[in-house]
Design a protein around this ligand. Structure first.
Ligand code: NA7
Length: 536
């Protein structure tokens, strides 16, 4: 029984999103007994939690799906960039094909885990007092497991409807004719304000940093077209792993100034018209490395975007001529008509750098310029203690009894972005020091998932029951992650990639910025002879 007071299993997986499900499926195929503990009420991870208005994936299908034949052969999508409800149906389909729910305990939050050195097994505790014992503890908790919102004065006094984006009521909130405040302009804030405005709300967006949004170019898809192409999928899924970010396209071989200004304009225009992340991830090779090259991308973006906003004040806030940060070093969101929606005279954009939020009141929000705006609904789209936050709040203890939150308090250390020294037989994916934030989710999950499964299979064949990376190996990986990042422009911006969105969090690159192919090469090489690990 998955809900047993004392559960015994070979592998305990935490999290039933893309990552956890992939691990379970692949490990079962290898004959391992697996169980999942999931804090939410159902499968889907981020698509279980994120049901706010307009929540939608920014990677297009079929790049954003499993390469598992039993799943893709019998599934089609209704549009290029599916919304949360369709993604939930996808997870129902995944369950129908792979029977994941039967081995998953929902509403089961892990609050502690200790490694027993005698048995070489993990003892895991849940919030409601259940326990599990497993040889391997695999964390697939995603990069957005711990929500964040600032502790604004008066936050609890607001008497209208207020939700963090990842805690939006499933049954929805009727926004039509309502005064809605959206705080934050990350991917979430953009989608929320675009959608609530479309649904007839009067929207006020509180923006601290402009999101350098790209046109989504959404399109409907027909089942017939998709079914016709299924034969090409194996090749397609193989090819996506050969690209930097696990997409169906990759950076150009050319640098920005290899082209004449006219050629460059034409190239940018082509990427722009294709839509999605092409302007970010299929552009010139030096765009994320060279400030001058980056200026060209920013200027094109600003020109295109400013042309869509008629209100001069809004234009300067949403798409300033002078860039606040380099293009692409904070996550660009995909939009459909965000700028047209915000341009409506009934909607407002507040620049909180000029006029910060002072306090929340019973009826609205007061800014430091003395203005008080009244709202019916406030959406906190202020993001997450990203990448590390989730793993640091699970009560994970190393072999000396030190909590991971203390180990990572001054900086994040992992080996290969999948293991930590002093946490034997614990592996994780889509987290710190992996390609996580710079990749298409399913691609990253499959690359790391395959490595984890292969490591467990290898250990089992070699009668190894203990795998622990050394501190030295961690130091080297940390240096590697930092050095790769330092060649890019990523460290120049305050982003969640750099841990810079949470007050007091160490500023450091949390993601592996070398791309999936290099990541796979490096991690595969280490697995050959357990390089960097102590095994027993
Ligand atoms: P993000 O991308 O972390 O966005 C959070 C937003 O909230 C961002 O615009 C922040 O501005 C803003 N923010 C945070 N704190 C404040 C305060 N104190 N005042 C005003 N505004 C604030 O989270 P999302 O949920 O949008 O997206 C997370 C990821 O999920 C996304 O990147 C995709 O990969 C999917 P800032 O930019 O820090 O100035």
């Amino acid at each position: 029984d998955t809900y047993a007071k004392q559960l015994e299993t070979d592998v305990l997986i935490v999290g039933a999103g893309f990552g956890g499900i992939y691990l379970m499926h692949k490990l079962r195929q290898q004959g391992f007994k697996c169980k999942i503990y999931e804090a939410g009420k159902d499968l889907g991870g981020i698509w279980h939690w994120n049901c706010y208005p307009g929540a939608r994936v920014d990677s297009q299908v079929p790049v954003y799906e499993y390469s598992i034949p039993e799943v893709y052969e019998t599934w089609t999508w209704s549009e290029r960039y599916p919304g949360w409800a369709e993604l939930r149906r996808y997870f129902d389909h995944v369950d129908k094909q792979l029977q994941i729910r039967k081995d998953t305990a929902f509403e089961t939050r892990v609050t502690g885990a200790e490694f027993d050195k005698k048995s070489n097994k993990w003892n895991v505790k849940t919030e409601d007092g259940r326990q599990a014992t497993a040889r391997y503890l695999l964390l697939a908790t995603g990069f957005a497991a711990k929500r964040y919102f600032p502790d604004w004065k008066g936050l609890n006094t607001f008497e209208g409807i207020i939700h963090h984006s990842s805690f939006w009521p499933e049954e929805g909130v009727d926004v039509k004719g309502k005064r809605v405040a959206v705080i934050g302009t990350g991917s979430t804030g953009i989608q929320l304000s675009q959608e609530t405005s479309r649904e007839g709300a009067t929207v006020t967006v509180f923006q601290r940093t402009p999101n350098l949004c790209l046109p989504m170019v959404q399109r409907p898809l027909t089942p017939e077209d998709q079914m016709k192409r299924k034969g090409e999928y194996p090749r397609f899924f193989e090819d996506r792993m050969k690209t930097f970010a696990g997409f169906q396209y990759d950076f150009s071989d050319k640098n920005t100034f290899d082209d004449t200004p006219e050629e460059r304009e034409a190239f940018f225009q082509k990427l722009w018209d294709n839509g999605g992340f092409e302007f970010w991830l299929a552009t010139y090779a030096d765009m994320l490395y060279d400030a001058k090259a980056n200026d060209e991308a920013y200027n094109f973006w600003a020109k295109k975007t400013r042309a869509r906003i008629t209100d001069p004040k809004k234009r300067d806030i949403l798409a300033p001529l002078k860039k606040r940060h380099a293009f692409g070093v904070k996550r660009p969101s995909l939009e459909q008509d965000f700028y047209e929606q915000m341009d409506k005279p009934t909607n407002e954009v507040v620049d909180v750098r000029e006029t910060p939020i002072k306090r929340f009141t019973k009826t609205g929000i007061e800014t430091y310029d003395g203005l008080h705006r009244e709202f019916d609904i406030i959406a906190l789209a202020t993001g997450f203690d990203s990448v590390t936050g989730g793993m640091m709040t699970m009560g994970l203890k190393d072999v000396h009894g030190v909590d991971l939150s203390r180990r990572w308090a001054k900086g994040t250390y992992t080996y290969l972005g999948m293991t930590c020294a002093g946490f034997p037989n614990l592996m994780f994916l889509y987290g710190a020091h992996g390609p996580t934030a710079f990749s298409n989710g399913p691609s990253c999950v499959e690359a790391q998932g395959n490595w984890i499964v292969d490591a467990i299979v290898k250990a089992s064949k070699e009668n190894i029951t203990y795998i622990n990376p050394t501190k030295d190996a961690e130091e080297k990986w940390h240096k590697n992650v930092t050095q790769i990042s330092n060649k890019t422009l990523f460290p120049t911006a305050d982003s969640w990639y750099m841990g810079a969105n949470i007050p007091g969090k160490p500023r450091e690159q949390l993601n592996y910025a070398g791309g999936i192919p290099l990541y796979e090469k490096e991690t595969r090489a280490a697995l050959e002879n357990w390089e960097g690990f102590i095994t027993a």
